[in-house]
Design a protein around this ligand. Sequence first.
Ligand SMILES: [Zn+2]
Length: 644
Amino acid sequence: MSTRRSAALRRGAELGAGVLALAWAAGLFTGARPDAVALGQPAPPADRRSGELRGLDEVVPVVSYDLEARLDPEAHTVEGSGSIRWTNTSERPVRELWVHLYMNAFAHERTVFRRDKIGGFRGSAAADGGHIEVKRFFVRQLGRDLWTAEAHTPGDPDDATDIRVELGQEVAPGASLDVELAFATKLPSVVLRAGYAGSFHMVSQWFPKVAKLEPDGTFAHFPYQRLSEFYADFADYRVVIDVPQGFVVGATGAAQAVAASEGRARHTFEQRGVHDFAFAAWDRFQERTRESGGVELRCLFPPGLEAAADAELEAAARGLAVYGEAFGAYPYRTLTIVHPPDSAAEAGGMEYPTLITTGGPFWLAHAPVLVLEHLTLHELAHQWFYGLVATNENAFPFLDEGLTTYATGEALRRAYGHSVTSLLPLELDAVDRATRPGLAQAAPIATSANGFATGGDYGGLVYARAATVLRTIDRVWDGAALRAVGAYAREHRFGHPGPLALEAAIREAGGDQPAAFFHRAVFERGWVDFEPASLTSEPRDEGGFRVNVTVRRRGDLEVPVALEVLDEGGGRTRIPWNGRGTFAKLTAKTGARAVAVVVDPDNLVLVDEDRSNDALRTSPASLAPRALTLGALLGGLALTVAGP
Ligand SMILES: [Zn+2]
């Protein structure tokens, strides 16, 4: 697969399922990965009610990283040193640490990542590989270096991204370890989120990172897999980035002093309460800044992309306001937007705490489509759904990508009045729902990142269908999903909830019915298809007509729905149905003979599997084709063409 096509597919994942739907149609996603599926985890105790936001100063760091990173932009290496303080915040003694060396995913052809052919989905092979070598891992309290040269992922000698470090003795709850660290990272040519292109460097997954400690004293850890993102504890970071003078640096956190000497510059960044740290460095970066609601926005971009930078800054400013109101205010002082050059497109469309990457050619800023805005708002929504609400992206990718896709549509609509382009009567809701038939049955939405058979199943279920389920709940149950996601985001800020916490929030916001709908849709491959099966009219003695409708409900998702009868006199008569049972025989009084019946005339049940069977007419041509279907198709095409 060519780099260009791969970049388009990656962008497609972040741009919505319309693109994905067309990619499926074109048969671009193939590959089989029949892995087991983990179906849930208990909701953590609800220790915060909505409205009270936990502050940054209340976050107790599990890890504190104090690192130095010296970038050699010609050798494309980062020489790292510093210290890590790790505290056993669990309830049990701990005898081991798990450390991720994600850069080793790009070391050679046999790593878990590179073996994992997933139909070209995001991430082509790097022309020049990457790796990380730990040179010192000295634990002061134990008085020795714990690193073993042959460290590799358990049971997988070819992979070295998930490393167990035996402590040799117990570390009691509440006790800390101080690790003196030295490491050498070689960056790959840009591949899946990280690497270099010329003198541009996107430096992510670049340091030894302690895996997520769970309350029971175990670690949530996993090798770097192609479709999986990350999961980590909240930490404090202080990182000194040492680059040649003339390089502009954008990084997680707030910039502190810059010290220059002997042709080099040392940029210090600090941030509390984040669970990752990434930076970008380039000697050609242009820079624009603005302030929005107390947040310093900074956009770094290639020469000639001033208009794109302005569009992205504007989208971020609007997004901070919309998301802040819906999900709780953004608590950090800075947000950095990195727009990589076209030669580093694989670094674009990615989220890190307080730093997002966008991408795309200069002309996008002048086209009448909201592609840059969409991408910016998508990555910005991740500051909540992955950033502040730090779910396990490996176990439940829909909790970050699905909620982000859902939030992005909401933000575009509120901030711009439309969500794709002003040229078409098309909303993202329609694009995201236009998935391939049968997708709902392919796997539960709540499947782990490596549990999907294909990249198409992953993209369609995790991004598009998850959002469509939530939007259906909003439409049918009067905004219950938006209230629920808002409460969930506030209550679990700086927490690590699972899907049951979201289900509980939906129950609280809308009651048992939408909660049961969510549960079936997310965990049990629930689906629904309404279809009117018969329509007859008979004259009534007292005048007018009695209309008899039989409507079927296929699938196991119970959702109330309305039917609308159209009669010869132009009258429209609504009949509500509670949606229970596999069919219903309904009646209505009308002024004239019925000519057609339509299920869900207000287009509320977005998850309806097949819109083409939603209308039944007594004679041909009594209903116009539904604009939605055509609109969705056109929108998908527009986005495909616009994608870089
Ligand atoms: Zn995303």
